[in-house]
Design a protein around this ligand. Structure first.
Ligand code: ZN
Length: 447
C-alpha cells in the first residue's frame, strides 16, 4: 500500500538493511532500565535523529512508583577451581541477572545453585532474567552448561553498582502544522535481545528520521523509554500535556518472521485502531488483531484508566507466544531486514491514513452534481485503476454528509484509502466538498 507520507520511491529493501545494521550495532550493549548501556544506545541513535536524552534522578516519585537506583555493570563471571571463566558476562550479557547487586565470594556448587537459572526444555539457550525491585544476584546459563559443572569451589564475581543516579529516556518531538500529536513509544531497556526490543528501537528511529524529512500535519513525539518505569515516568512528568495526544502506537517485537499483529487501544474503536486494522487487512488474512488487555508492553500505562489514551500496539509475533522470547535465541538470526522493512511500511501506512483522514460535507447534496461539466470524469489519470475510478468520486460525494470519515468511505466502498483521499481532494478543489473541522476528534486543534 502506498503511503501518503512516503517519498517516492520508498526503498524498503535498503531501509530494512539499514535498520538491521542498527540492530546489529546495538546488539552487544548491556542495557537495563537505567545506566550507561541505555545512555550509549540512545546516543547511538543520534547518528540518525536528534533525540534528546532526559535524565530523571533516582528517588523521584512517579505516581505510585519511585525511579530506582541506577545500575551499571563492568564485568561478571563464575570461575572454576582451575580459574577458568565457566560463566562469562563477556560472552553474553544475558549471563547476569539484570540488576544483580555486586558480589565477590567463593562458594560451593551447592551454595551457587539457587542463584543459577536455566531453561531445561531448551538446553542450548540462555534465559533472560531481571530483578529490578528485589536486591539479589544471579546468573543465567544454558542447561547444558549447568550439567557440565562439577562439584567443587567456585569464585563468583559481579562487578556492578547500584546507587543514586538517573533514569534516562530518549525523546524527539517533531512539530507539525497542528499541535495535536501522534505518540510513538518503544521500550529500550533489554540487553542482547534482537526482536525484543532492538527491532522496535530501530523502526522507531527510522520512522522519526523519515517523518522529519517529509511534510506532516500532526506533530510527532517519539519516546525511547525503559519498559514500564520509563513510560510511567514520562506520563508523570508530562501529565499536563497528554491531552494533545490524538493517536499513539507502541512499537515492540517487529523484526521476526511472524505476520503483523495489532493490539487495540483500551478504547477499542479509536481512530488509530480503525487505521491499523485497515492497514493490516491490506497485508493479508494471516495478520492478527487483538483486543486490549492490561498485559503487554507500555500500552498498559498509556491505556491505564487515568489516561485512557488512544494508543495501540503493533508487533509481529506477540510476546510470549514464541519459544525464543526472552532467551538468547532472540538473536540476530531471529530478525530480518525484510521483516523490519515490512513493519516500517505498515507503521508509515497507519500514520498516512491518520494524516489524510478527515470528514467532509458535500456542498451539492441534492442529487449528483454534474461531474462531466466540471471536467471531473476521467481526469484522474496516472493513478492505478483501483484508486482512479469515478466510483471513488461518487462514493465520496455520497457519504460526505458530515458523519463519515474518508476511512469510513474507503472501508465501505472497498476502494483504497489513497484513492478515496485523492478523490476527496479533487472534489474539494472543485468546490464540491468542504471539510468539517475536526469533527472526528471533537477537539479544537492548537494551530
Ligand atoms: Zn521483554
Amino acid at each position: 500500500m502506498k503511503a501518503a507520507l512516503a517519498q517516492e520511491p520508498l526503498e524498503l529493501g535498503a531501509l530494512g538493511e539499514q535498520m538491521y545494521t542498527l540492530v546489529a550495532e546495538l546488539f552487544p550493549t548491556c542495557r537495563s532500565i537505567t545506566g550507561d548501556g541505555l545512555r550509549a544506545t540512545l546516543r547511538s541513535l543520534q547518528q540518525f535523529i536528534p533525540v534528546i536524552l532526559r535524565e530523571v534522578p533516582s528517588g523521584t516519585r512517579v505516581f505510585d512508583w519511585t525511579v530506582p537506583a541506577e545500575w551499571n555493570i563492568r564485568d561478571a563471571f563464575v570461575k572454576n577451581a582451575q580459574g577458568e571463566r565457566v560463566i562469562d558476562f563477556r560472552k553474553s550479557n544475558l549471563h547476569v541477572v539484570n540488576y544483580s547487586v555486586a558480589i565477590h565470594q567463593k562458594m560451593s556448587l551447592e551454595q551457587l545453585k539457587p542463584h543459577l537459572f536455566t531453561l531445561p526444555e531448551r538446553p542450548d539457550w540462555i534465559p533472560y532474567h531481571t530483578s529490578y525491585y528485589k536486591k539479589t544476584w544471579g546468573f543465567c546459563l544454558t542447561h547444558n552448561q549447568l550439567n557440565a559443572l562439577p562439584e567443587g569451589q567456585y569464585e563468583v564475581h559481579i562487578d556492578s553498582s547500584l546507587e543514586d543516579g538517573h533514569l534516562t529516556y530518549g525523546e524527539l518531538y517533531l512539530p507539525g502544522e497542528t499541535g495535536e500529536e501522534i505518540l510513538i513509544s518503544t521500550h529500550s531497556c533489554h540487553p542482547s535481545l534482537a526482536n525484543d526490543n532492538l527491532s522496535g528501537v530501530a523502526i522507531t528511529c527510522f520512522l522519526a528520521k523519515h517523518i522529519s524529512q517529509v511534510p506532516h500535519r500532526y506533530s510527532y513525539r517519539f519516546l525511547f523509554v525503559p519498559g514500564t518505569i520509563g513510560a510511567i515516568t514520562w506520563l508523570s512528568l508530562n501529565e499536563s500535556t497528554v491531552s494533545r495526544i490524538k493517536h499513539g502506537l507502541v512499537i515492540a517485537g517487529v523484526g521476526d518472521a511472524g505476520p503483523l499483529s495489532y493490539k487495540k487501544s483500551r478504547r477499542g474503536n479509536a481512530e488509530v485502531d480503525r487505521a491499523a486494522m485497515y492497514v493490516l487487512r491490506q497485508y493479508g488474512p494471516e495478520t492478527n488483531v487483538m483486543e486490549f488487555s492490561p498485559r503487554g508492553y507500555d500500552e498498559r500505562q498509556y491505556c491505564s484508566p487515568g489516561f485512557n489514551l488512544p494508543v495501540g500496539r503493533i508487533s509481529r509475533s506477540p510476546h510470549g507466544t514464541f519459544p525464543e522470547y526472552h532467551t538468547s535465541a532472540d538473536n540476530l538470526e531471529f530478525v530480518s531486514a525484510i521483516a523490519l522493512g515490512d513493519s516500517f511500511s505498515a507503521c508509515l501506512s497507519i500514520f498516512s491514513i491518520l494524516e489524510g483522514n478527515a470528514t467532509y460535507l458535500n456542498t451539492n447534496p441534492k442529487c449528483e452534481p454534474q461531474l462531466g461539466e466540471r471536467g471531473l470524469y476521467r481526469t484522474m489519470g496516472g493513478l492505478s485503476k483501483d484508486s482512479t475510478t469515478e466510483l471513488a468520486l461518487l462514493w465520496v460525494l455520497n457519504l460526505s454528509d458530515g458523519d463519515h470519515t474518508l476511512l469510513d468511505i474507503a472501508e465501505r466502498s472497498q476502494i483504497s484509502f489513497e484513492g478515496i483521499h485523492r478523490a476527496a481532494l479533487l472534489l474539494r478543489d472543485h468546490g464540491l466538498l468542504k471539510q468539517v473541522r475536526n469533527s472526528y476528534h471533537g477537539v479544537n486543534p492548537r494551530l
